[in-house]
Design a binder for this molecule. Structure first.
Ligand SMILES: [Zn+2]
Length: 437
């Protein structure tokens, strides 16, 4: 895909009278951003000493500035399912661009487009569109892909959830089976034919069950390419899950869902949150839609390992559409029933992802756990960024980080419930959404 360079004149914006998310705290501090570099302006003191003035100063009346939200598990949105390749595959990119422009208005400035278990042909057709947006850096593109998340098809058929069993496979030949399934050009770095730069793999994260043949032995090949390996849809014992962490696994996909529950004699996947210091404790995704998990389970997981806690939506393409019955798997004829934020497979009580937005998950978590606003926002900013090795670039308000921001209004309701509302969204130092406009 051709790359473009921003041409608009640089604008320096200064936010003042605001609280900005820094580490575990909300700090009263001005923030300067540049639309030219697309970054948080380095060393604001330099502007003062040279008597430079910003082009705009925005008084936020005490509102919060958070880094833009990052969703590492989003299956689709606004009617488009990333895993459903249109009849004319060439229209995939066009529809995706529309989704990105709508998605950014929900506060999600970057994300991992997630593919549920599919056949080889679908991966080969969809993945070329889903790689990291890289050097484009255009605010008008909307939400930015940080690379694709392939959830499956190397999953345990007994924990398939809504993934169609007939496409689930083992990796008898280890990593070469993954290359064959996803396409070598999607799972390996490639050379940009125009700039000759080495581009990272289009895939950023793979969820697979460690007990499936060939998976645990493939983990080092996955992670050596800069791809995150996540345990998920699995019957793994504590020992199998620990071996996957020892091999380089750093993430658990939707903890508690599609895995064996905690048993006092076999703590299972949840047990690795209690690993001793010899092995790093993994990050883990939590779906805080009030349906997938009991609020107390969420609280226990957070308290077990707060620095690994990542809120994800696992939202399907129906997020934003009215309630009803929608087609989902055209091959099997299966359909999804959307009732508010709940999605089930028609004729069953199987949960089929969610239709919730990420800021709604943040609000649920705030009220379920009684945690601080900064703790809740970390779970959708700096923690997913660290999981993806993007510290200081995404999910951060430090100098030189990408100027992806959300301006948040905080409200406490009469019943004591707290809620955060996205007032504005900024991408690469330019405003792309304003609730008042
Ligand atoms: Zn899943």
């Amino acid at each position: 895909m051709p790359s473009a360079v921003p041409t608009a004149r640089e604008t320096i914006t200064k936010f003042t009278n605001c609280r900005i998310l820094k580490g575990d705290e909300l700090v009263e501090q001005d923030l300067w951003v540049s639309s030219g570099t697309g970054k948080i302006v380095r060393n604001q003191e330099a502007f003062y000493s040279s008597h430079a003035v910003p082009d705009h100063t925005i008084n936020l009346d005490g509102r919060i500035i958070s880094p833009g939200l990052i969703d590492v598990q989003l299956n689709g949105a606004f009617g488009f399912n990333f895993s459903t390749v249109p009849e004319d595959p060439s229209t995939y990119g066009k529809v995706l661009r529309q989704v990105n422009k709508s998605l950014v208005q929900t506060g999600v400035t970057s994300y991992l487009p997630t593919l549920t278990s599919s056949n080889k042909e679908a991966y080969h057709q969809a993945l070329p569109f889903l790689g990291p947006s890289g050097q484009r850096r255009l605010a008008s593109d909307g939400a930015e892909s940080l690379g694709a998340h392939c959830e499956g098809p190397f999953l345990n058929p007994t924990k398939n959830g809504i993934h169609p069993r007939e496409v689930l496979v083992a990796a008898e030949n280890g990593f070469s089976d993954l290359e064959d399934m996803y396409g070598s050009e999607n799972i390996n770095p490639t050379l940009d034919p125009i700039s000759n730069a080495i581009l990272p793999p289009r895939i950023r994260k793979i969820t697979a069950a460690p007990e499936i043949a060939g998976i645990t032995s493939a983990i080092s090949d996955i992670t050596s390419r800069g791809i995150v390996y996540a345990i998920g849809h699995t019957e793994a014992t504590y020992e199998e899950a620990s071996a996957a962490i020892a091999a380089g696994g750093t993430m658990i996909t939707h903890l508690f869902n599609a895995m064996a529950p905690l048993h006092h004699r076999n703590p299972g996947v949840f047990g690795v949150l209690g690993l001793a210091k010899s092995l790093p404790r993994p990050y883990f995704g939590i779906i805080a839609d009030g349906i997938h998990l009991h609020p107390t389970s969420i609280k226990i997981a957070f308290n077990a390992h707060p620095d690994g806690f990542i809120l994800v939506t696992d939202a399907m393409h129906l997020v934003g559409l009215p309630d009803g019955v929608y087609s989902w798997n055209e091959n099997s004829g299966e359909r999804l029933v959307k009732t508010g934020p709940s999605l089930t497979l028609e004729g069953t009580d199987k949960i089929a992802g969610s239709s919730i937005t990420l800021i709604e998950c943040v609000n649920n978590f705030l009220n379920f756990s009684g945690c601080t606003i900064s703790q809740a926002l970390k779970a959708v900013t700096s923690t997913p960024s660290a999981m993806l090795h993007l510290q200081g670039v995404k999910g951060s308000l430090e100098s030189d980080a990408d100027a992806d921001l959300v301006i948040i209004d905080e409200e406490v309701h009469e019943n004591g419930a707290r809620s955060l509302t996205i007032d504005q969204v900024w991408k690469f130092g330019s405003k792309v959404f304003d609730r008042d406009e």
